[in-house]
Design a protein around this ligand. Structure first.
Ligand code: ATP
Ligand code: MG
Length: 309
């Protein structure tokens, strides 16, 4: 359904996030860092946007792609795994792509991995022929198996996938893994990664927001995306300040971790220069010590509160 025709004009943007679970808090915190605030209603399903006309709908993560497809919500924060699973499933039923990833958000990292019993001598995916593989991601798994030309049986389970081999329901599993501790506790070992996942900002499939909405939502979504890009970029950014002699500068500049062109100022009443550089790479203790050895003095590392390109 085309949201432009499907849901009528709206002057408030609606974003679906997970009500509770792994992505719930980080999603709120990220939107909060973009300057959004809501009239608190933690236990209810709807949060009314106060600072901007951007409301939240608190739902189960599995419902988010469908809410976007149906135009009930304009955007959502959901795992790439969920978005891709539902996209492949929809398309395999003859539907067209209804949503897409607009931004990767840098939290909720995990991978969808194939795991086999620890006792298996794993050599190649060909070993999976005529096995049963339990998963909550049947569409992604089926597509991968088809791509590899493997005829395995996909056993769809909605939860507790990792105990399926012990229960005799399956020979192997395909499940989300972050540390691998759950697999190890069930005497399984990961052997292949099917998907690297993280939380993403999902929205309708379109080139730009202007194509989607004629009302205020287009501009609101653009504004949110600009702020989001600033927040994501500055998340690991630091402002590095120090003084140095003019001669030391050429050996100091290459040591600045992924830095933008520094501002260089004359220190009042002396020959020294003061530098300030926005660094997007990790400013580690080791790097600070290297800078000091190369002639930097009075090193100061400051967090960045806001950034608008
Ligand atoms: P809901 O009640 O909303 O359906 P859920 O149980 O399906 O919740 P969670 O377990 O909270 O979902 O996981 C949400 C998302 O977190 C996953 O879809 C995935 O993208 C991400 N994630 C990160 N690490 C892991 C992990 N180790 N196991 C499962 N999901 C993970
Ligand atoms: Mg879920």
């Amino acid at each position: 359904m085309n949201p432009k025709s499907g849901n009528g004009a709206r002057d408030r943007l609606r974003i679906a996030i997970q009500k509770s679970g792994r992505l719930a808090e980080p999603a709120r915190a990220l939107l909060n860092a973009c300057g959004l605030s809501w009239r608190e209603s933690r236990d209810r399903l709807f949060c009314y946007g106060e600072s901007l006309p951007v409301d939240l709908l608190l739902v189960r993560d599995d419902d988010i792609p469908g809410l976007i497809r149906d135009g009930v919500c304009d955007l959502g924060v959901v795992g790439r795994n969920v978005l891709l699973e539902q996209d492949i499933a929809l398309r395999s039923e003859g539907g067209t792509t209804a949503f897409r990833e607009w931004r990767a958000l840098g939290f909720g990292g995990c991978r969808l991995a194939l795991a086999v019993p620890e006792g298996w001598a794993w050599q190649s995916p060909a070993q999976l022929g005529s096995t049963r593989i339990a998963t909550s991601y049947p569409a992604i798994l089926r597509q991968w198996l088809d791509g590899q030309g493997i005829a395995a049986e996909v056993v769809e389970l909605s939860g507790s996938v990792e105990i399926a081999p012990r229960l005799g329901q399956a020979d192997a599993i395909c499940d989300l893994v972050s540390s691998g501790a759950t697999l190890a506790a069930n005497q399984l070992k990961p052997v292949m990664t099917l998907l690297e996942s993280e939380a993403v900002l999902a929205g309708p499939a379109a080139e730009n927001f202007g194509q989607l909405w004629d009302d205020a939502r287009g501009e609101l979504a653009e504004l949110l995306l600009r702020r989001l890009d600033g927040v994501l970029r500055m998340r690991h950014s630091k402002l590095l300040m120090f003084q140095a002699s003019r001669e030391a500068i050429p050996s100091l500049l290459p040591l600045l971790p992924d830095a933008e062109a520094p501002t260089v100022m004359q220190v009042d009443g002396g020959d020294a220069l003061a530098l300030q550089a926005l660094c997007h790479g990790a400013v580690t203790w080791q790097r600070l010590e290297e800078l000091k050895r190369a002639g930097a003095r009075g090193l100061l590392v400051l967090p960045v509160e806001g950034m608008l390109a």
